[in-house]
Structure formats: C-alpha cells, structure tokens
Design a protein around this ligand. Structure first.
Ligand code: URA
Length: 434
C-alpha cells in the first residue's frame, strides 16, 4: 500500500477501505508515514469528508493505537461523560456524584485545562491531598467499593490522537467533523464505559461556534458511539456565556458543591439533570427521562450526591471535611468587586475572554507546563438578560495581588455589553440527540 495512492484516492472523493485506514494509522504512529503526507491526507478528508463506515474504522484504528482500559472487573453498568470544553464548566464535579448516587458506576479519566478552558483534574486538586494518580488497580477497587473514581489519563491512551491532533493544529485541519469525531470517540471508547453522554458546547466560548456545526458534531459523535456498540446520547448546550457563575478552579469547586447541596439551581443544575437522565436511561437504571430526573433530584435533596463526592475525595487521599466546609479550600488573598458603570440589561458577555481573564489571573495554563493558582478567578453576579443598576457589582475578582485584580476588573468590564431594552435569556439546552 502506498500513502501517495491513499492521498489521491481521498482527494478524488473515494472511500478508503478498513485495511487502508488501519495501515495509515499504524504507519503514522510508528513513524513510517511522514507528517507532510499525513497532513495532505487530513486536508483531503477535510474537503471530501468520510462516510460513517470510514469514520468508525478511523475511530477504531486510533483507539487500538494504545491502551484500552478494561473496566470489566467493575460490577454494574459504567457511565462516562465528555464535554467539548468551555468556560466555567464544572459539570463533571456535580454530574458524576449525582449519577453515582443513583447506582451508575463512574470510572472516569479526566484531563487538565489549557488556555481559556479549565480541566476537571485541576479543579479536583483544589481538595488538598486529592490524588489523581491512584493507578488502575485502586481506581477499579474504589469504583467497586464506592461507585465512583476520577483520575488522570494513563499515559498511553490513543497515542495516534496525540500525534494527529498536534499535526492538525498546525495544518488548518482541526475543523473536519470526521476527524473531530474520531479524535473524541477513540479516546472515549478507549476509556471503557458502556454508556456515554456527550455535552457539545456551542457559542463564542466553545470549539463549535455555530449551532449548525454543533448539530453536525453531536450527530456524528452519537452515530459513531452507537456503531461502536455503546449507548450514546449528545446534548447541545449554550456556551455564549460561562456555565454557572464561577470561573477558576477552587471557585468552581465551591459552586459545584453549592449545586450538590441544593443551594444553587439555574443552568448548571439543568445541565446535570439532562446529562444525568441520558446516562440513567441509557444504563437502564431509570425507565424514562422523568423518572431519571426525579431520581437525580432526590440524590441532591437527600444529600446522597454530596456524600458521594465526599466519599470519592476521601478515597483519593483528600479529606471529606473539605467537601462539607468549603472555607477550607484555597482562597485568594484579594477580592475586588466590579461595579457597573451603566444601568441596563446585560446583552452579551464575551465568554472566551472571561476564560482568558481567569487564565491571566493565574487560574489557567498558557502552556502545558505552566503552574496554576487554584484560588484565583472570578464569580459573575450578572448573566445575559439580567437587569443591572449603575454601581451594582457585575462580578467579584479573586486575585493574588491588588494590581492583578484591578487589571482583571478592567478587562471584565470590557467583556460586558448592555442594552436599554430587556434582553431575552438564551435557550440553554438547544437539543438532545439520542
Ligand atoms: N477535541 C478533541 O479531543 N479532538 C478534536 O479533534 C477536537 C476537539
């Protein structure tokens, strides 16, 4: 088989066979295919697309390029969730304990944040002592014992994606639906769960900027998940403004705990009920969406979901007391309110820029190796559609110094625009794709 023939075949709009796809992934990972040839192929795929059969073959070939986690020693149905990433996205910290409290097994491998989006592992490390590297044996034992564990990805999950994504990133070929689908689903399938729910974010703070693209991606992800034999659903959600109010690691953990305590409702709770019911119905734990939502609400109202989070933190070397008393979590020395200079209705918040403010405060990584400050970030007091009076606080900045706080306050004001007329709140859940 010659790579030049495969590039030409795809360039001319033909389908690649299963063997050809396996060949090109195997040879690319082992270094027998050069980056310049692979980038030509990615560009041909971007323009010509791939059939579902080709996308599934690519997903499976990528999945088998590294370790596939064997969750079979875990009793019961295993669930997983993936988010395409956004600002203030602390969903896993709420959703995972909620569904675990309802009997779904959560054996989740998460990642760190980069750029304007945060990562679940960084947030979890806000619990002093939380160990993200417990190893596969303890991971599986913990899930069998308490129903939930979240740890860092083991080293060799889908090496093909690490190499291919880095190449796509510098060759203008990220924005191809089959390439995105195979990248995401190869990693999800390698993580071993039976039921998968995908949160596809859409808007200015998200990877998919338009609803049309978000639909295409959500449909592609669920089709490939099902063809791979998994129960799979996707939810398209708004990311034109941050999710919830807190942005920054420990601040997001505090907000997540407040949802689990039943004190905070809004978009975050709505999202966790929707994603959670997809998981519980997919796992056969609930008969339908209504019954699933009732179970999830009960898990919050009874305190079972919060207890599940505390059990997980304790089982991974943290302290359960830190879940029940959030004043023990990292706290920034400087807090600064950001009074509004005008009265009106909040029309728009530049979502990605809010994520960047938190990053500049030290809460996010500019590069993979940056050190982060878990205590800093911001808490929004107004969201799109809210009435704002002049002098009312738009947000509280949590910073390490007065100077950084003042800079962040200026940037934050510049992210908000107002209208004299009432502004409709955006629809948060745009679609559920079963
Ligand atoms: N996220 C991924 O994991 N892969 C892509 O290709 C794009 C976004």
């Amino acid at each position: 088989m010659l790579m030049t023939d495969l590039i030409a075949k795809k360039r001319d709009g033909e389908e690649l066979t299963t063997e050809e796809i396996r060949f090109l992934i195997d040879c690319y990972v082992s270094g027998k295919i050069a980056d310049y040839q692979m980038s030509a192929l990615c560009m041909a795929i971007l323009f010509r697309g791939m059939s579902d059969r080709e996308t599934l073959d690519l997903t499976m070939a990528m999945m088998h390029s590294g370790d596939v986690v064997d969750l079979s020693p875990i009793r019961g149905v295993k669930g997983d969730k993936h988010s395409t990433g956004g600002v203030g996205d602390k969903t896993s910290l709420i959703l995972c304990p909620m569904v675990a409290a309802c009997g779904l097994r959560i054996a989740k491998m998460s990642g760190r944040g980069l750029g304007h989006t945060g990562g679940t592992l960084d947030k979890l490390e806000s619990f002093p002592g939380y160990n993200i590297a417990i190893g596969e044996k303890r991971f599986i034992d913990n899930v069998n014992r308490i129903g939930i564990a979240i740890m860092g990805q083991t080293a060799n999950i889908v090496p093909a994606d690490k190499k291919l994504y880095a190449l796509r990133d510098v060759t203008g070929t990220v924005a191809s639906i089959p390439l995105i689908v195979s990248s995401i689903m190869s990693k999800k399938l390698a993580a071993g769960a039976d039921v998968i729910v995908l949160d596809v974010k859409c808007g200015s703070g998200a990877f998919m900027k338009t609803e049309e693209d978000a639909y295409k991606l959500a449909n592609g992800l669920t089709r490939i998940g099902k063809l791979a034999g998994k129960k799979c659903a996707a939810v398209i959600t708004d990311m034109d403004q941050p999710l919830g109010c807190a942005v920054g690691n420990a601040l997001e953990v505090k907000e997540a705990i407040s949802v689990l305590r039943g004190e905070t409702k809004g978009d975050l709770l709505e999202l966790c009920l929707t994603l959670g019911s997809c998981l519980l119905v997919g796992a056969g734990i609930a008969e339908d969406k209504e019954k699933a939502e009732a179970m999830l609400r009960e898990a919050v109202d009874s305190g079972a979901a919060l207890r599940k989070l505390a059990e997980m933190v304790e089982a991974q070397d943290g302290r359960a007391e830190d879940v029940y008393d959030t004043s023990r979590l990292p706290e920034a020395p400087v807090k600064l309110e950001v009074p509004s200079e005008v009265s009106g209705y909040m029309r728009h918040i530049e979502c990605e820029k809010i994520g960047l403010i938190s990053m500049h405060l030290g809460g996010g990584r500019a590069t993979k190796d940056s050190q982060i400050d878990l205590s800093v970030g911001l808490v929004l007091h107004k969201k799109v559609g809210d009435r704002v009076e002049k002098g009312e606080s738009l947000a509280t900045i949590h910073a390490s110094t007065e100077e950084k706080a003042r800079e962040a306050a200026e940037l934050l004001r510049a992210c908000c625009s107002f209208s004299d007329e009432p502004v409709q709140r955006p629809t948060f859940i745009k679609a559920i794709i079963q």
